[in-house]
Design a protein around this ligand. Sequence first.
Ligand SMILES: [Zn+2]
Length: 340
Amino acid sequence: MAELNEILGNERIKEHFITAVHHKKISHAYIMEGDKGSGKKMLAEAFSKILQCEGRETTGLVESCGKCESCIQMEHHDHPDVIWVSHEKPNVISVGEIREQIVNTVEIMPYKGPYKIYIVDEAEKMNAAAQNAILKTIEEPPEYAVIFLLTTNRGAFLDTILSRCILLATRPVPGTAVEKYLVEKCSVSKEEAEFAAGFSLGNIGKAEAIVSSEEFQDLKELTLSILRYIHEIESYEIADKVKEYKKYKNRIEDFFDIFLMWFRDIMLLKADNSVNAEAAKKKIIFKNEYAYLKKQVDKLDLEAIDYVIGKIHRARVRIKSNVNFDATLELLIVEARREF
Ligand SMILES: [Zn+2]
């Protein structure tokens, strides 16, 4: 696991944690909000490691020693006083689970560390009853308790929870830092790193997942094979292509992202007045597709590009609400083609 000072970006959150430790003002409840892959778990874990470190008293530093028993247990993800709250059903964290794993155990003193830390990932999945149950603990926590609620959407929480937690939101990491990280840690080419950094919009977890996934590369190729000729694609071709997406049903968000980035690139090139192609390429994500993009730029006006981007968002929502998969993809491609 990464140490707090090794984590890229999110300086404000790191600073917040360091100041809290320095002044011994640790809050009992934190909400950490950010997209999947934006570093919430890593930050919560690194902070927990510092809080629990036994060697810190002697070093006096605001960082974990990496050598004490507590640090080693953190490394192995089996620290008895850092509890990851689990849930059985994929889309809900029930009141039973919160009671069993937090409310009923929080009064028991930490086993060895100075703190008893609970980390609830995907905390937006707590239903109202579960939130009310955890609220009691947040309102009157024992001195040693620290609760992290990690979430993609703070809007899912009751106001009473929001008002009692310190809210920390993760931010995108600058593209150049993501690139450097990917080249050094994942040994990918500069070109691949550049694409992944741009495509993930500064989300390191996402960028890392992209460069290490063959499936993503295949999905990207398939989608580009549509996008390059979308202005002249025939209806029968659309139906054929859409069938190929069946095996990527679990990654369909990536399909929408690729589609969106393509039209975002067109939009950027439309508004661009760079002196030459090399300068223009610097601004877009699909640099290798510049020639294809450029052809389409001239065929669309800004209003049409805007229209297609709106349709991509709508298709995304439709898929989430279980509208027919093939029909949704097909409709999106047809709607995009119509604008040329
Ligand atoms: Zn330590």
